[in-house]
Design a binder for this molecule. Sequence first.
Ligand code: AVI
Length: 322
Amino acid sequence: MRTELLEPRLCFSDLKPPQADFRSEVIEGLRRPRKTLSPKFFYDPEGCRLFEAICDLPEYYLTRTEIAILTEHADSIAQTLGRGGTLIELGSGNSRKVRLLLEALKPDVYMPVDIAGQHLLAASRELAVDHPWLNIHAACLDYSRHFELPFLPEGQRKTVFFPGSSIGNFEPAEAEILLRGIARCVQPDGGLLIGFDLKKDAAVLQAAYNDSAGVTAQFNLNLLRCINAGAAANFDLGRFRHHAFFNEPKGRIEMHLRSESHQRVVVAGETFEFLDGESIHTENSYKYGIEEFRTLARHAGFEPGRCWRDRNGLFCVHYFGV
Ligand code: AVI
């Protein structure tokens, strides 16, 4: 781990996994009988840019709705969480949402955690300018692999902020493991403030992942560009198509990249064959009922606290204690 003090109140720790792990994870996923790639690989600088564009799309209600909930209820959220302590944000991206809570929460330390190092650093620098009183300790790491934050200050109450329904991108069993890791990390008196997308009409969900401007399609296809650059591959982006649908029995949106023809692709020296119409499964986005999510969190060692929802019942921000 490399830790640098960049400014008096801004520290950066780099625990990013090596590039070799990216290649081996990609190859392992493509060797499966049903080809799969992890959605965590979407977020190179271009993927981050495209994701931010998705968040502003009219069909993608998630970000807008969560922001409205955080804005409207910032004070009551702060009352529930308490002031001070360490606020750890998982998948902090541009740190747009935490800005809505910082003045109400006044944490002693804010720790944004993200796998996209450049993006994390830029967002942390901007935040430091806008909140000169705030101690920021940014950590570049893959929180889906190991949930350990070794540099956390001892004896301070810790709250994890995990917005954006990113929990929905984990299989329920993996989500439980991640939540258990978070519960361990915030012991003995901390908690978790988490945003998750609620189950709703399939047409609304389907539209959110098939926007008319085609930004989600670009975001999905950009994954192949990342693999071309980072794993010496020769995917032809024109020969794959974005495909997203709501899988009702599983309660999730599935995103795929469908091969438009029978083709071969070389990745790190290994040849992979794609049949016409065969797909690479690139993302699941699980949608939960509130009780369903509470059950998951209880299994991971949390006690449900307050929750805040929008009037249309689209999205939920929930506090859990340990
Ligand atoms: C980051 N994550 C919560 C988004 C989602 O809705 O599952 C990623 C995304 N994929 C397509 N659009 C947005």
